[in-house]
Design a protein around this ligand. Structure first.
Ligand code: 3PG
Ligand code: MG
Length: 348
C-alpha cells in the first residue's frame, strides 16, 4: 500500500494548521464517556506543537445530528474540554461539530473553503472518518497542502499488513450482528486466511446461507436464552438442540475453548465483532474468552470495530493486543480493499 505523505514532511513552523481528527466519542450526561479517540489524536497535535506551529484548529464531527434540536446534544464542548485537559496549549482551538453545517456530509466545497480560510496547511488524522467523502475529510484536502497525521498513518500501516504477506497461521475471527457489513471483508481476507472463525449472530446467518468459498469454524454450543433479555432463563446447549424458540446469545464453553486454541496458536489475528450480547454479563464470557485468547497470542494481533475494541478494554487485555484500530467502518472498508476517500485526497 502506498502511504499518503506524512505530517513529518511538512514545514509547520509559524504556520496555521487545520487538523481533522476523529473525535466522535460516546458521551454520557454531557461528558465524554470514552476518550480513547481523543487520546489517539494527541501525538499528531504534540508533533505540530513541538515543530512550532503558530496555531492549530482541530475539527471533527460528533454523532449524527439531524435537526436543530440535536445541536445541544452534539455540541463539541465536552470533547473540547477533555482535549484541553489532556493537552493544555493556547495554540489549540477546537472548532464546532463539522456536521452542524449542512454542507459537510455533501462534501460541499463552500464549507471546505470556510474551514480552509486563514489556514496554511491541512493534516488529516481522522482514520475513523476516512471512508467518508465529506468537506472536512475530502474537499478541504484539495484546497490546502494536505498531509496525513500520525494516527492515520499508523492505522494504514498496521491494518495494511493484513492485506500483504502475513505470518501464518493467519486467523480471522468475526462475529457481531451487522453481517452485511462484514461479508466484504471476509470475502477479501478470508480466502487468504488459514482459518476463519465465526461466532455471534453472524454464525447463525452463515449456517442458513453460507456466502463463502472457504471453510469456516462455527460454534458447536451456545448459551441459549428463553428471551432476548439480560435476565432471561439460560442454559448451555448444542447449537442445534436449543429448546424451542430459545435464542443463542453467546457461544458456549466448548466453542470458546476451541476458538481460543485456534487463536492462541496463530501468528497473525484479525478480530472484528463480538461472540454474543456481551453487554449483558451472563452472555459475555464467549466474547471475553476470545479477547483473552487474542491477547495471549504471541503473533501480530489486530482488533477493529467499536464492540470488539470495547470488549478488549473491558476484559482488561488491551495492552496485549498489537493494534487496536480507532476505526469501525473505515477499518472494514480498508480491509475490503476499498479506497478511502479521506486517504486518496492526500498526495503521496
Ligand atoms: C465512526 O464512529 O465510525 C466514525 O466516526 C464515523 O462516523 P459516521 O459513521 O457517523 O460517519
Ligand atoms: Mg499478544
Amino acid at each position: 500500500m502506498t502511504l499518503p505523505r506524512s505530517v513529518r514532511e511538512a514545514d509547520v513552523a509559524g504556520k496555521v494548521v487545520l487538523v481533522r481528527s476523529d473525535l466522535n466519542v460516546p458521551l454520557e450526561d454531557g461528558k465524554v464517556a470514552d476518550d480513547a479517540r481523543i487520546r489517539a489524536s494527541l501525538p499528531t497535535l504534540r508533533l505540530l506543537l513541538d515543530e512550532g506551529a503558530a496555531s492549530i484548529r482541530v475539527c471533527s464531527h460528533l454523532g449524527r445530528p439531524k435537526s436543530d434540536e440535536d445541536r445541544a446534544k452534539y455540541a463539541i464542548e465536552p470533547v473540547r474540554a477533555r482535549l484541553r485537559e489532556l493537552l493544555p496549549d493556547e495554540r489549540i482551538t477546537v472548532l464546532e461539530n463539522t456536521r452542524f453545517d449542512a454542507g459537510e456530509t455533501k462534501n460541499d466545497e463552500g464549507f471546505a473553503r470556510e474551514l480552509a480560510e486563514g489556514c496554511d496547511l491541512y493534516v488529516n488524522d481522522a482514520f475513523g472518518s476516512a471512508h467518508r467523502a465529506h468537506s472536512s475529510t475530502e474537499a478541504v484536502a484539495h484546497l490546502l497542502p494536505a498531509y496525513a497525521g500520525l494516527l492515520l498513518l499508523a492505522e494504514l500501516e498496521n491494518l495494511g499488513k493484513l492485506l500483504g504477506e502475513v505470518e501464518r497461521p493467519f486467523v480471522i475471527v468475526s462475529g457481531g450482528a451487522k453481517v452485511e457489513d462484514k461479508v466484504g471483508v471476509l470475502q477479501n481476507l478470508g480466502s487468504r486466511a488459514d482459518r476463519v472463525v465465526i461466532g455471534g449472530k453472524m454464525a447463525e446467518d452463515v449456517r442458513e446461507h453460507n456466502p463463502f468459498t472457504f471453510d469456516v469454524l462455527l460454534p458447536t454450543d451456545v448459551v441459549a436464552a428463553s428471551a432476548f433479555d439480560k435476565d432471561a432463563e439460560s442454559r448451555v446447549a448444542p447449537w442445534d438442540d436449543r429448546p424451542d424458540g430459545w435464542l443463542g446469545l453467546d457461544i458456549g464453553p466448548a466453542s470458546a475453548k476451541a476458538f481460543g486454541e485456534v487463536i492462541r496458536s496463530a501468528k497473525t489475528v484479525f478480530w472484528n465483532g463480538p461472540m454474543g450480547v456481551f453487554e449483558w454479563p451472563r452472555f459475555a464470557e464467549g466474547t471475553f474468552a476470545v479477547a483473552r485468547a487474542v491477547a495471549d497470542c504471541d503473533g501480530f494481533t489486530v482488533v477493529g470495530g467499536g464492540d470488539s475494541v470495547r470488549a478488549v478494554y473491558e476484559a482488561g487485555v488491551a495492552d496485549d493486543v498489537t493494534w487496536i484500530s480507532t476505526g469501525g467502518g473505515a477499518s472494514l472498508e480498508l480491509l475490503e480493499g476499498k479506497e478511502l476517500p479521506g486517504v486518496a485526497a492526500i498526495p503521496c
